[in-house]
Design a binder for this molecule. Structure first.
Ligand SMILES: [Zn+2]
Length: 431
């Protein structure tokens, strides 16, 4: 084992000192170092187990969203950003109404529009939290295009009416890459001297966010490939008197999330996807697939060619370089993917125990129910001794193995993105 590590190190050193030898293959994505870096961040004690309803889950969301934006992914569909909120426990959207006080007066909803694209930014903001801009002329539907890359939250005001004498246009066009920061548009007769923006904090604290980045396809943009992983976990166990009560969820599922980010970066660098790829980091999984259930209703199932869900890839419970794909009896995707993974150095074994219903227990499931060949790739399951235990932390992650799996996945998924692989549809009832 040690000998092989030394060889790898020497090879790495050679590449570093002579970068021109390999100038033909500039794919620098999926490095062991970055795999270690991302996973260590997500599974650190500071993120307190990424529990649903905890502020640290929003910190994780912002980390994932920043990563997506940095590598050049855009927002999905008409979404204002890569952060797509949902209300896991139901509730009315009216309860979400924010209250804007502007120079001491409550502004009616017909006079302002608030685009809130930063999870956890609330509950109360004041003038100092914004950069103020006076807009020349009336607001137009396309105004957000001008301000989409703002680093700071903006409050933009105008005293001009639209051509049809309205304070705001009927609707605003969301820039296709989404907004970088929060923006308030206000019709007002004077510049702000004080403002106070208040949210219904209780509602916001219950909001969850899926983080979805899109890489548009070159020749078949209306056909979608989805890669997904849940980034939430179990938070902190308060009732147990254990020394380590943080459920870090390094394997479940910081490992899958890390793979998702690395694959996003890989495909963004390759720039050769003919189909559109959506990279979905779901939350609410541990509460019962809530994020994926919500997002599955926002895609046109007919247009989604395949979904690859990534779960628990960090602990080689079944042996090194071994994975399995859940629900192989439901579509031809597992067979096609297995063949491609084998060509790239992985052993694909049969799902260890169908009785566990792993196919039904992760984020692929809501999509499979809609007829999409949607399966989960795993390297370990709930037989792992640290499954949903505080000991699921980074000490147990085999980073070499994980990185190897991610690389193999990047090669095996590639043909699906270029329309050279087509898994058809789900072939039997999913229940
Ligand atoms: Zn779990």
């Amino acid at each position: 084992m040690q000998l092989q590590n030394i060889k790898l190190w020497i090879m790495a050193a050679l590449v570093t000192v002579s970068p021109f030898i390999h100038a033909q293959s500039p794919d620098t994505s999926i490095s062991l170092q970055e795999t270690r870096h991302i996973l260590s961040y997500l599974a650190a004690d500071e993120l307190k187990g990424r529990g649903n309803g905890r502020p640290e889950l929003l910190t994780a969301a912002r980390y994932i969203g920043s990563y997506f934006k940095e590598i050049g992914l855009s927002a999905y569909g008409n979404e204002a950003s890569v952060y797509i909120p949902f209300q896991p426990f139901g509730g009315s959207n009216l309860a979400l109404r924010d209250i804007l006080m502007y120079n001491g007066r409550v502004v009616p909803a017909s006079e302002y529009a608030f685009f809130n694209v930063i999870p956890g930014w609330y509950p109360v903001k004041e003038l100092a939290d914004f950069t103020v801009i006076q807009h020349e002329g009336a607001f137009t539907p396309g105004i957000l295009e001008t301000y989409k890359n703002t680093e700071k939250p903006l409050i933009i005001w105008t005293d001009q009416l639209t051509p049809d004498k309205k304070k705001l246009p009927k609707q605003f066009d969301i820039p296709k890459e989404g907004l970088r920061n929060n923006i308030i548009l206000v019709y007002a007769t004077a510049a702000p001297t004080s403002i106070k923006l208040t949210a219904n904090a209780k509602v916001y604290s219950m909001l969850q966010y899926n983080v979805v980045g899109m890489l548009k396809g070159s020749t078949r943009p209306d056909e979608f490939i989805i890669l997904s992983a849940h980034y939430d976990h179990e938070g902190v166990y308060k009732t147990r008197r254990k020394r380590d009560s943080i459920m870090n969820g390094a394997n479940d599922n910081a490992s899958g999330t890390t793979a998702l980010l690395q694959l996003a970066k890989h495909f963004a660098q390759q720039q050769n996807n003919e189909r559109t790829i959506l990279f979905c980091a779901f939350s609410g999984e541990e509460l019962g697939l809530l994020g994926s259930e919500d997002f599955s209703r926002q895609v046109d199932a007919e247009k989604v060619i395949a979904l690859f869900n990534l779960e628990m890839l960090g602990v080689p419970q079944l042996g090194k370089q071994k994975v399995f794909i859940t629900g192989q009896e439901y579509s031809s995707l597992p067979a096609i993917l297995s063949a491609a993974l084998k060509e790239n150095g992985l052993t694909v074994i049969a799902e260890p125990d169908i009785e566990k219903r792993l196919f039904q227990r992760s984020d692929n499931f809501p999509f499979a129910q809609k007829g999409i060949p949607a399966h989960t790739i795993m390297a370990s399951d709930d037989d792992d001794k640290c499954y949903h235990e505080p000991c699921d932390d980074i000490k147990r992650i085999d980073f070499d193995n994980l990185n190897h799996i991610i690389k193999a996945l990047s090669k095996a998924i590639q043909p699906f993105t270029t329309a050279n692989a087509d898994p058809g549809r789900i072939t039997r009832p999913v229940e």
